[in-house]
Design a protein around this ligand. Structure first.
Ligand SMILES: [Cu+2]
Length: 338
């Protein structure tokens, strides 16, 4: 009898421990690791409808890579890629930010996040020497599509070398659903040799000062968004497309245009849908250096749609890509008669 009563007490205590164990995680914010993607891929929409603690891990890596066919450049990258990863958050999230600076790097790096409210957008507290790691906490106060970039001195050289990317902070309730989302970022490269000059090309601070780029590209190199690139943009007739378009410059303003399409909606300079009165039926949209816009459109006719900076001589410097659309012809919209 005493044994049974003793067992009852033990079971009761175990039940209390179990219940407390269940209650503790529910009482604190859920922590999760941000799912990062490389251009032109975008992470899936945020599924939760409450803020969370989100761990974001970036690593500055300096490495030589291909800028164009036969042309190499000393890229400074986040996580090995130019542009750096796309980071997707929700308004109200607390970001636990980890910045590593690879031990083989020669330079100090940091990040200025345009979504961060506070001095330098975090650049001061994230300043990190090679082989070190910095950890910070930032709260995402406002929804938007934001640039992030290195801001270690000399800032222009660090940006011109490839240290930038985009952060999307979703509003409460998320963004309206679309069929496909793409991540495209425009930037310039200032090389000692003229465009096309083969071999390794060092960064030219002089050309940066003069605002005379040799290359103007989408997603970090010439041809990254061409059909044979290994990361082409593809869609099907009838689908809705959303492009998160960033322009880091470092000098030029972009006149972003998709040949053969009209942007049904444009959200300028970091604004995100839904908004009461979006800008509609836009042919070309201006994206300042250090900003980003969202464009949305539906593809009705199959074929190739060419992404350009409509300051059109820049297509000769690399600012060109293709969205390939497959599906049935639509002769009621588009047809050759003779
Ligand atoms: Cu840097």
């Amino acid at each position: 009898m005493r044994t049974i009563r003793h067992l009852g007490v033990v079971l009761g205590m175990a039940m209390i421990v179990f219940l407390v164990g269940c209650l503790i995680p529910a009482a604190s914010e859920a922590a999760e690791r941000a799912r990062l993607t490389f251009a032109p891929q975008v992470p899936p929409p945020i599924a939760r409808n409450n803020p969370a603690v989100v761990v974001v891990e970036l690593e500055a890596i300096e490495k030589r890579g291909k800028l164009s066919d036969g042309v190499e450049y000393e890229f400074w990258t986040f996580n090995g890629s130019v542009p750096g990863p796309f980071i997707r958050l929700r308004v109200g999230d607390t970001v636990e930010m980890h910045l590593k600076n690879n031990m083989n790097n020669k330079n100090t790096h940091t990040v200025d996040f345009h979504y961060v409210t506070g001095p330098g957008g975090g650049a001061g507290v994230l300043m990190t020497e090679p082989g070190k790691e910095s950890v910070t906490r930032f709260k995402a106060l406002m929804p938007g599509l934001y640039i992030y970039h290195c801001a270690a001195p000399p800032v222009p050289a660090h940006i011109a070398s490839g240290l930038y990317g985009l952060v999307l902070v979703e509003p409460e309730g998320g963004l309206p659903q679309v069929d496909r989302e793409f991540y495209v970022m425009q930037s310039e490269f200032y090389t000692e040799g003229e465009i096309g000059e083969p071999g390794f090309q060092a960064f030219s601070s002089k050309k940066g000062d003069a605002e005379r780029p040799e290359y103007v590209v989408f997603n970090g190199r010439v041809g990254s968004l061409m059909p044979d690139s290994g990361s082409p943009l593809k869609a099907k007739v009838g689908e809705t497309i959303r492009i998160y378009f960033g322009n880091i410059g470092p000098n030029l303003v972009s006149s972003f245009h998709v040949i053969g399409e009209i942007f049904e909606r444009v959200y300028r300079e970091g604004e995100v849908p839904p908004v009461d009165q979006p800008d509609t039926h836009i042919q070309t949209t201006l994206v300042p250096s250090g900003s980003a816009s969202i464009v949305e459109f539906k593809v009705e006719v199959p074929g190739g749609y060419v992404l350009v900076d409509h300051a059109i001589f820049r297509i000769n410097r690399g600012a060109v890509g293709v969205l390939s659309v497959e599906g049935p012809e639509a002769p009621e919209i588009y047809k050759k008669i003779k």
